[in-house]
Design a protein around this ligand. Structure first.
Ligand code: EPU
Length: 351
């Protein structure tokens, strides 16, 4: 186990924000975590688990030991009557798992989740979702290490508290009946259950448009994978070229009365009915309607093709600071609140 000190985190976060960590260990096996916990000095330091760094905003240096998850491995674990269970090391890139399962192995199930940045271990933390599918629909179980005492435990879907971009891994301990594992656990392996009786999920507008454009009414999983990759490339900035952390705010949920009130004033507001009777609004539309698309404050900006994505316009040389990103985010929140009475909630973890 190699301990690096005073480490630059700039290449390790997709926003490209400049910040340093007091120390970092690259975790390649679960044994590396146990070695950290067995070292009195390292064990005493606060820990911060880092995956692909694609869903964080660093607002300063980290006085912590960063555990950089690099646990590898992709394999078919077993077959059940209804599913193929695959297992991935938490340090694998999420898209490598998608491509391996859909393209190399011909296993359907993850195609709508193609090209989402970040690692496999980060996927359950925020219950990633895109184009009509959420991770929880394909999730089987995960193994994690408790960072307080080093014991390994397994969680099944019901224990993960999955919600929209949410799980027990984002919660502080305290809520009744909630494990509250924020900052306390490192995910080491994730297992997914890929359905043998697969049906394409084409309900999302961008995908039904592809069906119409191409005339392919019964696409394969591979075809959907390719469509999702093309849609994302056209709409979302590639962090390799322009720093960002994907959607910066969650899509807010409102009551039917609130929704009617907003429709009364802005008939074009993009809204989706939810199974519980509430409505989800497109935060990107709300931000766009307030005139933010393409705007810049300092070196932070609003992406010009998708107002829900904040970007680092300063590149690697003069990167936006976490403070600039948060100042822009607060200005957006204020204007959306003033116009629509809705409080937008940031989606990435602000550190
Ligand atoms: N819209 C605008 N202007 C904008 C942006 C969006 O009018 O600047 C409208 C679009 O025209 C569309 C609606 O808002 O009618 C929704 O936009 P889009 O389909 O791009 O999806 P989204 O709701 O903005 C969500 C996820 C994305 C995911 C896509 C596709 C959240 C917070 N974001 O975005 O996830 O890829 O749906 O499923 O739920 C992420 O979490 O980082 C992420 C990128």
């Amino acid at each position: 186990m190699l301990v690096e000190h005073n480490v630059s985190l700039q290449p390790l976060n997709s926003f490209g924000i400049a910040a340093r960590a007091a120390a970092m260990v690259r975790v390649r096996t679960p044994g590396d975590v146990l070695a950290v916990l067995a070292d009195a000095q390292l064990a005493a330091m606060p820990k911060f688990v880092l995956g692909g760094g694609s869903n964080i905003v660093l607002t300063g240096d980290l006085r912590a030991l960063v555990l950089k998850n690099e646990i590898a491995g992709l394999r078919v674990l077993r077959q059940t009557a209804r599913h193929t269970i695959v297992e991935a090391g938490a340090g694998e890139l999420w898209h490598d798992l998608v491509r391996w399962s859909v393209v190399d192995m011909g296993l359907a199930g993850l195609e709508n989740l193609a090209l989402i940045p970040g690692t496999v271990g980060a996927a359950p933390v925020q219950n990633i979702g895109a184009y009509g599918v959420e991770l929880r629909q394909r999730f089987h179980s995960l193994d994690a290490i408790d960072l307080r005492d080093g014991h390994t435990f397994t969680l099944h879907a019901a224990q993960c508290g999955f919600g929209y971009r949410d799980s027990v891994f984002k919660h502080k301990p305290g809520k009744e009946g909630d494990l509250g594992l924020a900052g306390r656990a490192m995910i080491v392996r994730v297992r997914l259950a890929l359905p043998k009786a697969w049906r394409p999920e084409l309900g999302y507008l961008d995908l039904s448009r592809k069906v119409q454009e191409t005339g392919i009414t019964h696409p394969t999983a591979r075809q959907i994978h390719d469509w999702v990759v093309a849609i994302r490339r056209a709409k979302l900035p590639d962090p390799a070229h322009i720093g960002n952390a994907g959607s910066f705010f969650k899509n807010p949920t409102v009551t039917p009365e609130q929704c009617q009130d907003i429709i009364g004033r802005d008939p074009k507001v993009v809204h989706y009915p939810m199974p519980d009777g509430s409505f989800k609004l497109a935060a990107g539309w709300l931000i766009d309607a307030c005139g933010w698309k393409g705007k810049t404050m300092g070196n932070a900006g609003v992406y010009d093709k998708q107002a829900l994505v904040l970007v680092n316009r300063g590149g690697r040389a003069q990167p936006a600071t976490g403070g600039e990103v948060m100042t822009l985010a607060k200005a957006i929140q204020t204007s959306v609140y003033e116009r629509f009475g809705i409080r937008l909630e940031p989606e990435p973890v602000v550190v």
